[in-house]
Write a protein that binds this ligand. Structure first.
Ligand SMILES: [Zn+2]
Length: 489
């Protein structure tokens, strides 16, 4: 990889001035978006999401540089995004238009402008829908009443992800102000309307608008920064596998005093089987679940203890650096058990027990592959010849950026220019399922997962907020990236 040329100082200064000059308007426009309660969940009025799409489309149209701007909706496929049943084909099995009665997803905004003169093309993604606000009483100011306190803007969506929407708009404004509107960079903006409700029509939308969305570089502005002074590029996301495991040993319940000690009850078999999933130190003991090797930033054990409320004297589990355990290694959690409750417990040998297993998959391993390893392990380690059934299987793929790509180098250079600090390459222990869909449908695009959030943003929670300094630096980062790619041959 050849390291990218530095940004020309006079170009950087012009961009910096344009971003600073436009910043009050960007905050005002963001505040207008936050006032629209665009909750995409089924129980909420879809009119607000439609209003929000209209407002975003007006902002994008107002930029005056796109060949097309549309508000579009795609049918909700039979396969929910991010939960592809094992063995099915999530893309090919439900062609667009095959079912005219299919319900439509929430409206997205899509704007396009073709590349010219051999320049690359870039697609900017964010989402304009938000999580439900919860109880107003839990907020210090009303969720849809954008309020600045200190250096933060509070409100539902102020960070996740209306700030992502406005970072794109404000960056394009600064870019145009600096280079003019006759630029060669291919530019598309895609603002989704139902990310917080499972991106149900996302895959169909990508298929229906495939050529409009195709780009060399895709920026997904929906993640976190390391802290308010250190930018981050999210380079790894874990995948996930969930399923129900049912362990059965008896045809019917029996009195434990009569037969206990001679026949195994299902609880005994389930406990013994589940205990094989981990080593004594709590690390995962399932052969075939892989780990990813990556350097991780320092993260103090005390911080982990504080953030999770780990009780005094309780040890950590796993091995290696703390963040590698969260970002780069698999994890298996039993998240539910169907068995007699304590209050209903009688002296009975339980014939059958069901448990819900939720596993996190290291980036780089397919969800289906991880499920196969788990199933093989469970079948090989079942005690007493107990019968096991596995159903309700869901898998989602993780995400691993090839950090040697030129777009990563361009993004990191842009971050350093805008923040005056080197970017941290971050992992995320959870999943952003739609990113796996992007990777699948655009295998040749380089995907840059950036964001406007910081560790205090509290996305999805009461008192969600955006740090205004981070917001300005995120806008400048993207403006620098656009300007750099516009000069790239
Ligand atoms: Zn989001």
């Amino acid at each position: 990889m050849s390291s990218p040329t530095p940004t020309r100082p006079e170009l950087l200064q012009k961009l910096r001035d344009a971003v600073a000059g436009g910043f009050p308007v960007a905050v005002a426009d963001l505040s207008k978006l936050v006032r629209i309660p665009s909750v995409s969940w089924a129980a909420f009025d879809p009119k607000h999401v439609a209003d929000s799409a209209d407002a975003v489309a007006a902002l994008v149209t107002g930029l005056g540089v796109f060949e097309t701007v549309q508000i579009a909706r795609a049918p909700i496929g039979s396969d929910p995004i991010g939960s592809d049943p094992i063995g099915s084909d999530p893309i090919g099995s439900d062609p667009i238009g095959s079912d005219t009665d299919a319900p439509l997803g929430q409206p997205a905004v899509l704007a396009t402008r073709a590349a010219r003169n051999g320049r690359p093309s870039i697609l900017l993604y964010a989402h304009h829908d938000v999580q439900p606000p919860g109880d107003d009483a839990d907020w210090d100011s009303l969720p849809f009443e954008p309020t600045v306190r200190g250096d933060r803007l509070y409100g539902r969506g102020a960070a996740d992800d209306k700030a992502g929407v406005m970072a794109h708009v404000a960056a394009i404004r600064a870019f145009i102000e600096t280079v003019g509107d006759d630029f060669d960079l291919g530019l598309a903006v895609f603002i989704e309307g139902e990310e917080e409700f499972g991106s149900r029509s996302f895959s169909n939308f990508l298929t229906a608008h495939h050529s409009a969305l195709a780009a060399d570089v895709i920026v997904v502005a929906d993640s976190n920064n390391w802290d308010i002074t250190t930018p981050a590029l999210t380079v790894g996301l874990r995948g996930n596998v969930t399923f129900r495991l049912t362990v059965s040993t008896l045809g019917h319940a029996s009195h434990s005093g009569m037969y206990g000690g001679a026949v195994p009850d299902a609880m005994l078999a389930a406990i013994a089987l589940l205990a094989t999933l981990h080593h004594a130190d709590g690390s995962v003991a399932v052969e075939g679940l892989t780990s990813h090797q990556a350097d991780t930033p320092d993260y103090a054990e005390q911080q982990l203890r504080d953030e999770t409320g780990l009780l005094a004297g309780v040890s950590l589990i796993g091995s290696g650096s703390i963040l590698s355990r969260i970002w780069s290694k698999p994890a298996i959690t039993v998240t539910g058990i169907d068995a007699p409750t304590v209050s209903n417990a009688s002296n009975t040998l339980t014939p059958s027990v069901s448990v819900k297993i939720s596993a996190r998959v290291a980036p780089g391993q397919l969800g289906t592959e991880a499920f196969a390893a788990l199933e093989t392990h469970l079948r090989a380690n079942t005690p007493f010849g107990a019968h096991i059934d596995i159903d309700d299987v869901d898998t989602g793929n993780g995400f691993l950026v090839d950090t040697s790509g030129w777009a990563v180098a361009e993004a990191k250079t842009s971050m350093t220019d805008a923040w005056g600090a080197e970017a941290v390459e971050m992992g995320v222990g959870g999943s952003i399922p739609f990113i796996a869909d992007l990777v699948e449908l655009f295998p040749h695009a380089q995907i840059l997962v950036t964001g406007v959030e910081d560790p205090d943003s509290r996305a999805h929670s009461p008192n969600e907020s955006l740090h205004l300094g981070v917001f300005q630096r995120a806008i400048l980062t993207e403006a620098v990236l656009l300007a750099r790619l516009n000069e790239r041959r």
